[in-house]
Structures are given as structure tokens and as C-alpha cells.
Design a protein. Sequence first.
Length: 560
Amino acid sequence: MKASDWVAMTLKSQTDHVFGITGGAVINLLDSIHKHGPKLINLHHEQACAMAADAYARLKGFGCCIGTSGPGATNLITGTCCSWFDSVPVLTIAGQVPTDQLKQDPRLRQLGFQETDTLSLFKGITKDSRRLVSARKFYTPVRIQDTLLEAMHTTLIDRKGPVFLEFPDDSQREDITGQCSPNYTQEFITPIKDVHKLHDDMSALLKNSKRPVLIIGAGAKNDNIRLLLEYLHIPVFLTWGAMDFLDDSHPLNMRDFGVTSQRAGNMAIRNADLVIALGTRLDSHCFVDTKGKLMVVDIDEAELSRHSTKYKYKLDTNFIAAPDMPKRSFSGWISKIKRLRNTYPIVKTTQGNPYLFFNKLSKVASNNSVIITDAGQNLTWTMQTWKVKLGQRLFSAFNHSPMGYSLPASIGAAFAEPKKDIICIIGDGGLQMNLQELNSIVGYGLPIKIFVINNNGYGMIKQTQSNWDCLKDGVACEPYLEDLERISKAFSIPYYKITKFDKGDLKFILGRSGPVIIEVMIKDKSPIEPKLKMGDEFDDLTPKLTNDEKDKIDKFLQSS
């Protein structure tokens, strides 16, 4: 059997769609996919292919993208980084020159046409970076079949993430025979004694706690954790990667915390006497500064090593259950946090304010929606404001956060969930990064609703520059942006401009069939508020409260 045929059929066993662009070094593989594999979705830039595959995997559990050698492969890097940093299982495949044209002398820059050392380029942003070749060419015990199966397996085990495979042109055309005997990497095994240790420690700490909180990250979005939080019945804070884990009306959902969040989150965590963090690495955006004890559960040893607490456990959160302990009531503590949230709401009521727009859009979006937001201010406004409903999915490329992600990601989501409403939120600057994919949306007839936030380009950079007296506001912030209505007309996509955020208008737009572009006019230089500035205390967000007011909050939260 032709090797590329076998690869195509194997991919079909794992996924219904792959996202790719053709090229001389990958033409045999794509031909095989057309004949024997999953449906090939042709986009207009390899960067978009990787981002579409990333979103597809977030919704379906596995994604695949394909590019040709050289520039086709290097264009896949940005989207692969999104999957790497957010632990998303994607198989990234790139063609390569024939094996006899691969350079052997490291002093050579290139031997074959469009040859690039992609194995090295992808090594630092994937779980594994390997070449699909047969044993008889390189005299190794590895075979094409084994390598592919092991790569697919690797994306899904331990801390999930992308794997890169380089597929030389002659290897694609090779005839392969024989049975597969893959040497799978050992799956992560959670020792029972470690689980018992966690449960014992959790019971002991909760027994003496008056103000506990539970932090749930993207690595803890599973049914066992749902059962745990219902049993413990303590207030829950969510990282952005887990914001769609609980609907906003859930009585334990206290929403977000961190650098750009509600005030109540940081205040409550700072005054908690116990913080239990599950499936989150507590990065620089969602770090924790608490007066209480910190308990951290993570599958990644390297992430655990960053924390100085003695209560840290290398465990898969799927194995965590409710500890053997009597139920306790923390209703008073929960009520205080809720009261604090009501005292310091984020939503603004003036027209032209982005917080008002996202609040209105959130209210009219259906429970059947997948909401994908982009980068910079529109990402932050969405995550600060959106009230998740039961059944909704809300995500972005949170840790890599490239401008332009949400447009191709929405394409991936539309193929992953064709019966759901796909809402794309993107900035006027970010739209330009993958503008070509409007062709794909029209060509495939995808009913994506594209909300373009017009803040005259690069609003996040403008706000950041304004915080530094030494930087001139406006530098690298004023790109030329073509009129969006003209762009929409060029792609034959219906266009709306909204300046007043009327729920009736938004509901009408969301109910339209087919793709729609909606230009949302907001006030220029609208800031993210509140926001923690560099060097400030964890609970000292800007705009700042007085010291007297902060002291009153601390006393209120710590009172019996």
C-alpha cells in the first residue's frame, strides 16, 4: 500500500476533517486524503490551517493540519504555538524534500528546493518532532506506521499538546507492508497512594478553614471536578481557560481573578485562608497572592516546581474525588464574595462603552453558541464581561494570543460543531492578520457571525503605551485600515454597523442565515478596567480604591 494512502486512512479513523494547503512536497499526501482520508478543508494560509485545527481540537478532542515544505511548514508555527501553550492535541504534518535531497553537512544552509530544518524549528513547541520515514532508508527500527500511531497517541496522553511530523516526498510515495507494532509512550499513571495523600491533606486543611476557595483551570474541566465542587460547596474561581466550565448562574461560580478581572476575585483570594488550585499553572496573568495556604494539583512536574508551597501534587485531575470528610457550610463566606461582586460590578452603562456591548451580546447569544474571541482588548472585554450559559463554549488562544486567531478558529469550530451558532469576536487590527480567510468562510458557506470591534487599531498597545511616560502614544498604533463596509462588499458578506447596542438589533443579526460582518463602533481609547498595573499589589487594581476602602473590604471578608 502507498504510504500516503495508509496515513490518510489512519487519520480518518481519528478525525472527520483536516485543514491544509497543497504544495509540491505534500501533493501525494493530499491526493491520498482526497481519495481515502477525512475531508480536506482548504484554507488560504497555513497559519489559518493550524489555528482552525487548534479550535477544532478544543471542541472535538483532536485536530490535524497540513502544509508543504519550507514556507508552508514555517507558516504553521504560530498556530502550533497556540496548541502547545494551551495543551491542545493537534497533529501538525508538513511535507519535506525527498530524503536524498536532505542536507547532511550542517554548514549548508539548504540542499533541496524549499528545504528547511523543520524538525528543529518545531522541537521547542511540540511534545515530539519526528520524521515519517521507513526503516530501510535510515536503518532504524522505526517504521512509518508506528511513527504515525505513536504521534497521534502522544498528542492525547499526559499533558496534551501538539506533535509535529515531517513527511518527505519520496516517503509519501513508498510502498509499505506488514503489521504495525507501535511502541506507545507509557500513559500517565496516577498512583493511588498520591490520590489518597491529596484527599487526606485536603480534608485536614478544609477542616480548619473558614475562608477556602477553589480555582479551576483548563486542565480540570471534567466530571469528577464537578462532583468535587458540589460536594465541597466552596466558592469557585475560574481561569480564562475554564470560564465555560460553569454557567454564570451557578451558585458557586465567582468568575475570574488576576491581572484583568473583577475586583472581587483578587480581594477574596488575597483574604482566603486556603486556596486549592486544580489543573492550572497559575501563570503571570492568573497568579495567586494569598495570605492563606496554597494547594496545587498539576499533571506537569515542571509547572509544580515553580510553586513554593509544600502542598503540591503531580496528579491527573480526572482521578480526584470528593475527600472522605463531613460536609461543612461556607454560605456566609460565599455571600460576602457575592456582595463584593455586586458592589464593584464591571459593566458600564454608557453607549459606546465596550463593556455595555459585550454585556448585551452575551445576553442575546443562544445556549447553543461557540464564542471565540481574539487578542488584546477585545479578548479581555469578552472574558471580563461574558456571562456563560449552560451549553456554551467560550475560548481563545489564551497563552500565545496572536492577533487574527479567532477568524480561522471560527472556521475550525464551524466544521467541528456545524449545528451550533459560531460567534467570532475580533479587533479591527486583528482582522487584517487573516483577512484572506473571509474567502474560506464564503466559499464553504459558513454561517459565522463576525463582530469586529472598531477601536481605530491596536487599542491594547495604545493603553499600554499610555501607562509608560517614556513611550509616545500613537507609535506603531495607527495602521491604515480600509473601510470595513467596502471589505465586506468585496467578499459579498452582509455588513452591519452598530453604534447603539440594542438587544433587538443584536438578536436579529444573530438570527440571520449565512456569514455576517458586524462593525461595532466603540469610543476611541476605551480602556480595560479594572486592570492590575505592573508592580502593584495583587488586590490594588486600577482605577485604585482608597486605602480606607481596601481596609474595610479586608475586615469585611475576614469577619466571622
